[in-house]
Ligand binder design. Sequence first.
Ligand code: ADP
Length: 885
Amino acid sequence: MTRRGRGPAPHESGASAGAGQVAGLIDLDDAGSTPILQQYRAVKAEFPDALVLARLGDFYEMFGADATDAAPILGVTLTGRGFGAAGRLPMCGVPHHASSGYIRKLLDAGRRVALWDQVGEVTAGRLVRREVTRVLSPGTASDADYLDETRVARCIALHSSGGRTGVAAFDAAGGELLLTETAGGLDAAALREECDRLDVAELLVADDGIEVPPSLLSGVVRTMLPPAFFDASRARERLLAAAGAQTMEVLGIEGIDRAVCAAGAVLAYCERARLTLSTGFVHVRRRSESATMRLDAPTRRNLELVAPLGEGGTSLATLLDRTRTPMGARLLRARLLEPLTEPLLIMARHDAVAALVDAPRARETLGEALAAVRDLERLVARTVQRTATPRDLGVIRRACAALPAVQEIVATMESGELTSAAARCVAPDGLGTRLRELLVDDPPATARDGGCVRPGADARLDELIAAGAGGREWIAALEDNERRRSGIGSLKVGYNRVFGYYIEVSNTHRDTVPVDYVRKQTLVGAERYITAELKERETTVLGARDRALAREHEILDELTAEVAGHAAALIDAARAVAVIDVHRALACVADDEQWVRPMVDSSGVLDVDQSRHPLVERALGAGRFVANDCRLDAAERIVVLTGPNMAGKSTYLRQVALIALLAQVGSFVPAARARIGVCDRIFTRIGAQDDLSGGLSTFMVEMAETAAILRQATSRSLVILDEIGRGTSTYDGMSIAQAVIEHLHEAPHLNCRTLFATHFHELTTLADQLPRVYNARVDVLEQGDGITFLHRIVPGGADRSYGIHVARLAGVPAGVLVRARQLLAELERERPVVGGAAVPDQLSLSIAAPVEHPVVAELAQLDIEGLTPIAALNKLAELRERASP
Ligand code: ADP
């Protein structure tokens, strides 16, 4: 499900023209001026870029261009209201009680929605007071109903000046405001990488003429804001107010003024969207670039960190996600995109996973306790926004009750990460008790019909409920009592909407009614009376329900405010739960999949035994994956890996990168043993993917990615290069590939750990000239003219490409294969093998001895004269049989 999509800019809101063009339909401005339409127009003028949903009774309605625009997205019928000769004003509506699903559709389509709600009393004959209570957009829709549970939807603002760019990213559903500054302007790679891993749902930029490259967060909704939103001094004020701090130093964000300007814009925008940004909810954090590994988009994609490459595939995030809370799932995803680079911090995470791996029983009970915490973070955010339902409060109550259990299980484990998280798993004093005392056991999903507050919890409410009930009983008994008192057997008690409750006596008994009866209405054969006490009871009965409901809402509002008052502590507990949840999930994976704890240091070594690719292993099924070793150290920095296509080169490259990444994320790894000298960055250049949307050719993309690697890698990086130079002619490709290897080997700031896979077996000669290059190949078993892939990585280079063998395996018809062999043999005759170094200016295309099809060899030697016609035919049939693939 995608949350992204580009919405129309306010001025291009295409539907406004549409409504006017359809015959008979009119635009909002041309419709009559009923009071409601007049107000609607005023709201539209204030929020021109939003679809305005007007609450009319049980529906949210849209009019005019908004209706024509929204109806197809919502899948509802476009209706209209006639305005005489002027025409019909388009309208559409959705039921209020089911509105969240519809609103989510609008947000998913990149639209902004203003909720114009009824806020005053509904009085017959008078227009109810309405206000815009929320403006929702993809980045400010804080409510869990509108969001994907497993990922954060951030609203970010950028502010660039003087060669640096400030980034502020706000999670409206969790209150976290991240600030950072990146080197370079709006087109810098560092900014792109930062933005890419923030799970951005909406990008705010100043409308100041400075262009933000369209490729930056392409597909994410963009909102232009007046430059004043980024004003430095207003930004400081806003930020300090929201965070409840006196100085920037307290928040740890001094010296990043551009990020502060960006934060000011985000906060101002959220205020305008009517989000409550209370102190205690907004939690400011500075992101430090140096403590984490930067990952570029190709690497994230190639390693399938959060999305699989092919349809039906599995991403690493999905494989690892054994979390039991949505907060845990979100944190796991964030951690995968942000591996650490500091060995001590990484080891602390490994300690936590190890402690949980060693305690399978505790892990089990911990899982149950965690599940009960549910999405505490977002539920608390709902209380801050005052949108929490009674049921939400019930879930928060359960979470509070589960926190001590979570704490108890991990508090004594041998891991600083776990014990310090456990210490934060505390519900605010007395809050759980308050929620237990006030709420019924199973609170309803809405407060509309009451029944949320526990009987006995509030004397006033109990009184109102009892009064209503007592009054109803009294009235029910009234008929019998009055018959007895008056001696009139035919006396009746009734009710109508105009007079309320009454006592009816037929005309025959008119003169014997008790003296306290007051005549109210005369009918043809009867009189209707009331008594003072009856009217009093009536008021109690009719008023009691309304007053009980009102009192109940009051109690719920107070309770919600009380929970919101503890937002900071509760959200902190929720984040601690997320940390524990992620460690537990990784421990479950480690245990189930037989992963080991990696050793992590600053050595620059990468040494793994029996490593596996977790996703390919999963796809192949148990026992079918061939594990392989990998060793890169000071003496052997670059591996040139050769082998036929489909042998497993790419898989091997990715698995080594994945193991380094998993280790630095804090996970155990799929290997028998692993030592990882931390990588400051992992670069991957794998496969050929056309960037069709960007209008770049395959080769151009390949070269752009290679260029980025050569420019940005350092001696502490891990570089994975698969089939460089494939996208162009053989000579071109081979020359580029060789020059790249030479550069990685020779450039003083590089000399980085590199795995280089190629089907150009000619590149194996490089190992003879460059001391830190060594050759490895994927072993294949040759049987006759067929080959079997062994998927085993062994030292040494391949001496040929096996292209025709692979073509045969793939089912290329026999005739084509025979012809290919002929051509290969011819080429080899024309261009005999040149020995020695394959440097670019004396490049060799060394091709191994021709591999003749045995059928051809046999045919050449066949003694045709010595065969009978029948034997010749039989031989022909046999040869054809063998020649077929
Ligand atoms: P190459 O990059 O050499 O063309 P791939 O790495 O794409 O080859 O691997 C091709 C297929 O071989 C994979 O999809 C997988 O099914 C299988 N494979 C690769 N490596 C292994 C392995 N170590 N053990 C078992 N099967 C493997």
